[in-house]
Design a protein around this ligand. Structure first.
Ligand SMILES: *[C@@H]1O[C@H](CO)[C@@H](O)[C@H](O)[C@H]1NC(C)=O
Ligand SMILES: *[C@@H]1O[C@H](CO)[C@@H](O)[C@H](O)[C@H]1NC(C)=O
Ligand SMILES: *[C@@H]1O[C@H](CO)[C@@H](O)[C@H](O)[C@H]1NC(C)=O
Ligand SMILES: *[C@@H]1O[C@H](CO)[C@@H](O)[C@H](O)[C@H]1NC(C)=O
Ligand SMILES: *[C@@H]1O[C@H](CO)[C@@H](O)[C@H](O)[C@H]1NC(C)=O
Ligand SMILES: *[C@@H]1O[C@H](CO)[C@@H](O)[C@H](O)[C@H]1NC(C)=O
Ligand SMILES: *[C@@H]1O[C@H](CO)[C@@H](O)[C@H](O)[C@H]1NC(C)=O
Ligand SMILES: *[C@@H]1O[C@H](CO)[C@@H](O)[C@H](O)[C@H]1NC(C)=O
Length: 836
């Protein structure tokens, strides 16, 4: 009887709980307020990439009536980078305090501020130091958007805060931090989005959270404001705001945060039915966060896994408490019971959970769970430091498998109690850049440990060890930083490269030893630049690719320099890593990581009998990787980089089939001018606009990528010899004519065994054709291409359906005979992924 009353009571509580949260049929949250303002703009109802209608603040009731006298609405200068028009190309500039007023319901709100530090109306953006406050909290103080953009190597970014509004008004005040004539503040976009009560803070009967390493607990109530610093879909794709569970949060991929250590494997089960609970209600995070994970390699019961940690590093501000939320879901069909996988969670080298068992916590496979911890990060002078997250199999609990994994992570800075502030210190210009570069130096100690541990097992596990040791060697090589006196024409770039270069200078003797004096048995390729050898600095356990320039090649010198200058500063999962170089004895030699699976060109056109055909999903994955690499080059770095020679021979595949863009010899970085006198590139891939009008832009790479996309679909070379021997058939034109004649199906590679889902095919071909538009301006930017390729992958995997929403991104791509598939059709919604 008691039990019935009790469960009835719980049921009523549950209903009450539900009433507080407006939930859609699919379980996602329906925000009461969802205000999006494009500052300094008068356009209304502009549909942005996130699917929301953005309004210019000039026409909004949120600005005071005397806004014109207190601030200026300005436009950003034109740029060649692919920056989304709304909200970044307009801004509001403040020379004194300025308050936006929002009428809202009481409760917690996301406040997102969008910044694009550019030179607005002759103002020097380095003078913008701004303070922002809301609901009596200081969100930002003395904040320099340009120093932060430099540090994170981003052109534009978002700051996300959470504050609790007690009344019905939220006031957001911007002011310059200094009182001098040239001081100013600015903002490009503002979002105010409501969220469910107690999503991140504690309700009345929630247990307090452990303070890691202090044997104490912490309560986080609604009197704490937060700033989200990281939100990652670990082991998976970026999830853009549109596909969040109604709150427009962005979930990034974890790739750059795990680089350098042993990165484990990405594991996913997209058909997993995720079961939510009170601990993790359906709106708390998208199912795709739980469907992908990063885990240690499961081979041989995971005995090797005892030798290392799965480690992530997150740049954060020192001097604050942090809320760390870890998301887990067991998606491996072999793991169904407790005590099969148990691991220890360390935060900042302190034990946060000694024996964590995901099934034990969630009750069953597929159960979504999250766990919260609070970490205290003491103040250090530089202001920035890394928060470490380590996972290690727990041996003491005698689990069946030695493994550990993670599905998602969110990290929040908590406001200080005393001054109610979230403001950190600006990164100084001398700091090592985050997050791409910072990791390498720091992981060295750990890795030595792995080296010794693995050494003991070498007899049993030679293959696995090769993989592990290879990574070690890479790291060790990168630790030694040096630079030789290359004569290049841009001294400031060399200075910069010296500071951040991660590549080693090798002696000729080392190179000769590694390649057995350039023995022809080790020759693995040759091209215009010279020969490529497989070599080893460790006597055969780990291999590298060594490229030796042909001494006869005059043109080589500048390409050699360009390659070192650019590649030594770039780090991305989809760019080939330059480990070092040698320029002794008049030789020009470059040392790269070895790409075990050769070039994409090889697999499409020169496949040997014993090699299997690339599957469609695998091909899509490769295209997405290439688009990611290009996206990083075009927008992820401060000075956009145009590769200029994207083709299937320059797309290399590592042992996991991850594509890496190589050969930066022709690339151009940060070039202000549009006109090049020097048309370079490869026949069949060369942008007609660049060729005819000498106009060079990122869109030239987009064109070449379009050719690659067609090559991947058709397995026909970019240029082939026609029926008449001297007629050359250009792949782009051939495909175009097939499409026009309605022979669309015939273009697909006949060797492809898998069926391509119709929706996926249409989208993919549509994207490729748009990339091949005659005029650069009509081609999509790389962000759109990437987004649509990811969507094509979703469509293929889900048989034509899109998760988290019924609508397709570009319904206007229809492929029927003589359709409206003219290159240059506008995408109905534009997507450019944003980092933070
Ligand atoms: C902007 O200001 C910074 C620091 O005050 C200065 O170093 C820089 O040269 C200025 N840039 C321009 C274009 O005036
Ligand atoms: C801010 O603090 C003042 C004084 O403590 C208080 O009167 C006011 O209600 C607070 N405002 C908000 C929005 O909490
Ligand atoms: C915090 O919660 C308490 C009760 O749960 C409520 O009375 C108060 O108004 C809330 N404060 C804010 C700022 O939301
Ligand atoms: C800036 O100067 C104005 C006028 O001189 C003054 O009213 C205001 O209080 C000053 N602000 C700060 C933060 O010092
Ligand atoms: C994926 O999840 C489904 C449903 O939970 C399960 O039946 C299937 O075996 C899983 N696949 C893998 C590869 O784990
Ligand atoms: C954690 O340990 C590593 C080396 O073991 C060290 O480099 C790092 O600074 C430590 N991190 C913190 C936050 O103490
Ligand atoms: C894993 O990380 C923890 C915490 O930093 C450290 O104490 C431990 O030694 C690491 N284990 C290995 C094998 O690197
Ligand atoms: C504001 O930030 C700049 C740049 O980081 C720094 O040099 C300056 O000292 C800071 N000013 C204050 C008052 O903190």
């Amino acid at each position: 009887m008691n039990a019935i009353i009790c469960s009835g009571y719980i049921f009523i509580l549950y209903l009450l709980h539900l009433q507080q949260v407006a939930v859609a049929d699919d379980g996602s949250y329906v925000p009461t307020e969802n205000i999006v303002l494009s500052c300094g703009s008068s356009t209304s109802e502009f549909v942005q990439y996130d699917g929301r209608k953005w309004n210019g603040d000039i026409v909004s009731p949120n600005v005071p009536s005397d806004a014109d006298t207190k601030s200026q609405a300005v436009r950003a200068p034109n740029t060649l980078q692919s920056i989304p028009e709304v909200p970044y190309m307009t801004a509001r500039i403040f020379h004194s305090a300025f308050t936006y007023t929002f009428n809202v319901t009481p409760g917690p709100k996301f406040i997102r501020l969008h910044f694009y530090p550019a030179s607005y109306i002759n103002l020097n953006i380095s003078n913008a130091f701004l303070s922002v406050s809301a609901a009596n909290f200081t969100l930002l103080h003395n904040f320099s958007a340009s120093l932060n953009a430099d540090y994170f190597n981003l052109a534009y970014f978002i700051k996300e805060f959470i504050v609790h509004v007690s009344g019905s008004v939220l006031q957001l005040t911007f002011s310059p931090s200094y009182n001098s004539s040239h001081a100013f503040a600015f903002v490009n976009g503002i979002e105010v989005v409501s969220m469910p009560l107690n999503l991140y803070t504690m309700g009345g009967d929630d247990a307090p959270l452990p303070l890691v390493g202090h044997n104490k607990v912490v309560n986080i109530y609604n009197d704490t404001a937060m700033e989200n610093l990281h939100r990652l879909n670990v082991g998976g794709e970026q999830i853009p705001p549109k596909y969040d569970t109604g709150m427009f949060r962005s979930w990034d991929s974890d790739e750059v945060y795990i680089l350098g250590a042993n990165i484990g494997i990405q594991f996913s089960n997209m058909s997993m039915l995720v079961s939510y609970s009170d601990n993790a209600p359906p709106y708390s995070s998208p199912a795709d966060v739980y469907r992908t994970s990063r885990s240690m390699a499961p081979f041989l019961g995971g005995i090797v896994n005892l030798n290392y940690n799965l480690t992530w590093f997150f740049p954060i501000d020192s001097g604050f408490l942090y809320l760390v939320r870890l998301h887990f879901c067991e998606i491996d069909e072999d793991i169904t019971k407790m005590n099969q996988v148990v691991f220890t969670i360390f935060l900042n080298n302190q034990t946060a959970d000694e024996q964590f068992d995901v099934i034990g916590w969630g009750g069953k496979p597929g159960a979504a769970v999250h766990k919260d911890y609070v970490v205290m990060v003491p103040h250090v002078d530089e202001g920035k430091q890394d928060l470490w997250l380590d996972l290690h199999p727990n041996k003491d609990s005698k689990p069946m498998y030695y493994n550990s994994f993670l599905n998602g992570v969110e990290i929040f800075k908590l406001s200080n109690f005393g001054d109610k502030s979230l403001a950190g210190i600006n990164p100084s210009e001398n700091l090592v850049k985050a997050p791409h570069v910072a990791h390498f130096n720091k992981s060295s100690k750990k890795l030595k440990f792995v080296l010794i541990g693995c050494g003991l097992l070498a007899v049993v596990l030679p293959i696995l060890l090769c993989l592990l040791l290879f990574r070690l060697k890479v790291i060790k090589l990168r630790r030694v930083v040096s630079w030789c006196g290359l004569t290049v024409h841009a001294p400031d770039r060399i200075e910069k490269a010296k500071k951040s270069s991660l590549c080693t200078q090798f002696s000729m003797q080392e190179i000769k030893l590694a390649t057995n004096d350039f023995h022809e048995d080790l020759l693995i390729g040759s091209g215009g630049f010279g020969n490529v050898y497989k070599g080893s600095f460790t006597g055969g356990t780990t291999y590298v690719a060594i490229k030796r320039a042909n001494p006869m090649s005059e043109q080589g010198v500048s390409e050699f320099e360009t390659e070192i200058l650019l590649l030594s500063q770039l780090r991305h999962h989809n760019l080939v890593s330059l480990l070092g170089y040698c320029n002794e004895d008049g030789e020009m030699i470059l040392v790269y990581e070895l790409m075990a699976n050769g070039s994409l060109h090889h697999h499409l056109h020169l496949r040997q009998r014993d090699e299997s055909t690339l599957g469609w999903i695998q091909r899509l994955e490769i295209c997405i990787g290439v688009a990611r690499g290009l996206h990083y080059l075009h927008t992820g770095t401060k000075h956009r980089i145009i590769h200029r020679d994207i083709k299937t021979t320059n797309i290399l595949l590592d042992h996991n089939w991850v594509p890496k863009i190589s050969d930066f010899g022709l690339s151009k970085a940060g070039y202000p001018s549009l006109v090049t006198t020097n048309v370079k590139g490869s026949i069949g891939y060369l942008d007609p606009e660049c060729y005819e009008r000498h106009k060079l832009s990122e869109k030239s790479d987009v064109y070449s990528l379009g050719v690659v996309l067609l090559e991947v679909l058709t397995a026909r070379p970019a240029v082939s010899v026609g029926e008449d021997d001297d007629e050359h058939v250009n792949l782009a034109e051939w495909t175009m004519s097939c499409v026009e004649n309605g022979n669309v199906e015939q273009i697909v590679d006949p060797k492809l065994n898998e069926k391509i889902i119709k929706e996926c095919f249409e989208l993919y071909l549509g994207v490729a054709m748009k990339c091949l538009a005659e005029r650069g301006a009509e081609r999509p930017c790389i962000g759109e291409v990437l987004e649509n390729l990811v969507l094509a992958m979703h469509l293929q995997k889900n048989e034509g359906r899109v998760q988290n929403g019924n609508e397709r991104i570009n319904d206007n791509v229809v492929l029927q005979g003589n359709s409206d598939l003219t290159p240059g059709v506008e995408f109905s919604e534009i997507m450019t992924p944003i980092g933070r």
